[in-house]
Design a protein around this ligand. Structure first.
Ligand SMILES: C=CC1=C(C)c2cc3[nH]c(cc4nc(cc5[nH]c(cc1n2)c(C)c5CCC(=O)O)C(CCC(=O)O)=C4C)c(C)c3C=C
Ligand SMILES: [Fe+2]
Length: 418
């Protein structure tokens, strides 16, 4: 599932145009959060094409990696604090991680480590790093009074087949970039910087379509072949911010340190692709409620035409079937519940039975999981035609603090609260 709607066309063209004119370095674009910056080294600056030179600022009111167009590579890692790492250790870690993420987002070598040089020749490639806190970290850091009640464990959904060793975790780190080596380097650097204070609990790798792969910007496809991400909330929607970000306290009813933050739900959802591929095109389309080729709703129109859930076929049946995924998941079917989906495909080879170990690393962000993911997944688990073709294998819910101002670090308002 992707929010592909990739780079805004204008900035994309300007990026490529600037590179073509040889004037990439130092040009601020001011659209979609992307800019071109100075490079890691002079030779790299001379050689880096626009894609590698594009950067997303680490500092800002919200963390990067939420509203920006999806990059092509993802590493998601959960860490557990090592025994004895209390609040001071966690504070030191978040300072180190934030400084490293800010540097790498500008294509600079992170402070405090000898660089492994994996990303040496590349620019920042739109690297974003997003940090989240899992529920257990609050007790471990002596911060239970500051734990949001929204961070209560997700309910058990029928048909979940969760592997607890690949679920949850004290800290969650999402690394995205348009170059796989840049993404690996960032993930590996953060892991090395955590040594002694936090150890990886699980790590997963995802991918999306490479920028420039299509003749024009298009919504991405998932491994079932569907156009996925069409009906995501858009930053231009009037209610976008209130759906995705936590407002300031006390109006939010949430701890003050969560202002500008969000909640991330992460689910590893395996697709039963061998079974899916045996289905007719008609069954596949009725399962989702949209045409496979162009993503148009079965109620008619084009990909971007609003879904008409009331539309009937000439025989009186619903054009979008009663159990179609888009009907069951729609805000209109869930008292307005909505979330910003930003998931990546994964493929980890074959399972023992020879079937592909592949699917969707589902990531969604919302201001409140109790009015976002939870009611929607509750409904999907009961009546979604897609359930026959997917298995939920791991799960996590994380509080994603607001962004850090220049000179600050992510989680500062929590970790320096009284
Ligand atoms: C609980 C939330 C959701 C899960 C889990 C989920 C899994 C999942 N979805 C697809 C494929 C598609 N989903 C689409 C739309 C869509 N999905 C959700 C929520 C979850 N999906 C929502 C809220 C919506 C939007 C509904 C609407 O308002 O119309 C689509 C259609 C295109 C689109 O709008 O993005 C596809 C395709 C898969 C394959 C999957 C698990 C593997
Ligand atoms: Fe979906």
């Amino acid at each position: 599932m992707s929010t592909d709607a990739p780079r805004p066309p204008l900035s994309r063209r300007r990026l490529l145009g600037a590179a073509g004119a040889g004037g990439a370095a130092g040009l601020a674009l001011g659209a979609g959060g992307y800019a071109l910056v100075g490079q890691r080294s002079a030779p790299a600056a001379a050689a880096a094409p626009a894609l590698g030179a594009a950067s997303v600022p680490f500092h800002g009111p919200h963390q990067a990696g939420i509203v920006e167009p999806m990059q092509s590579a993802l590493h998601a890692t959960a860490f557990d604090l090592t025994p004895g790492t209390g609040r001071p250790g966690l504070t030191a870690l978040m300072k180190r991680w934030s400084a490293a993420a800010a540097a790498m987002a500008e294509g600079r070598t992170p402070p405090g480590l000898s660089d492994d040089q994996v990303a040496l020749d590349a620019g920042p490639s739109s690297l974003t790093v997003t940090f989240g806190f899992g529920a257990p970290v609050f007790a471990k850091a002596g911060l239970t009074a500051q734990q949001p009640d929204r961070l209560a464990p997700l309910p058990a959904f029928p048909e979940d087949r969760l592997d607890r060793a690949r679920s949850d975790g004290d800290l969650w780190v999402q690394v995205c970039a348009d170059d796989p080596l840049v993404a690996f380097h960032a993930m590996r650097t953060l892991q090395r910087l955590a040594a002694g204070q936090a150890a990886p609990r699980w790590q997963m790798t995802g991918f999306s379509r490479a920028p420039g792969a299509t003749a024009r910007p298009m919504t991405g496809r998932n491994l079932m072949g569907q156009i996925d991400g069409t009906n995501n909330p858009k930053p231009s929607d009037a209610d976008f911010a209130s759906r995705v970000f936590v407002p300031a306290a006390p109006a939010s009813g949430q701890p003050a340190w969560m202002a500008g933050g969000s909640y991330a739900v992460f689910r590893r959802i395996r697709m039963l692709l061998d079974t899916w591929d045996l289905q007719s095109r008609e069954v596949q389309e009725r399962t989702i409620g949209r045409r496979k080729g162009d993503g148009a709703p079965l109620s008619g129109g084009t990909e971007t035409t609003p879904v008409d859930l009331a539309k009937q076929n000439p025989d009186g049946s619903l054009a979008v079937p009663g159990d179609a995924h888009v009907r069951v998941a729609a805000p209109a079917s869930n008292q307005g519940a909505a979330m910003l989906r930003r998931g990546y495909s994964y493929h980890d080879g074959l399972r023992p039975d020879g079937s592909p170990d592949a699917g969707l690393l589902f990531v969604c962000f919302q201001a409140d999981p109790l009015t976002g993911f939870v009611p929607v997944q509750r409904k999907l688990a009961r009546g979604d035609a897609l359930s026959r073709f997917v298995v939920h294998e791991s799960s996590g819910l994380y509080a994603v603090p607001g962004g850090a101002p220049a000179g600050g670090y992510v989680g500062q308002a929590l970790l320096e609260s009284a």
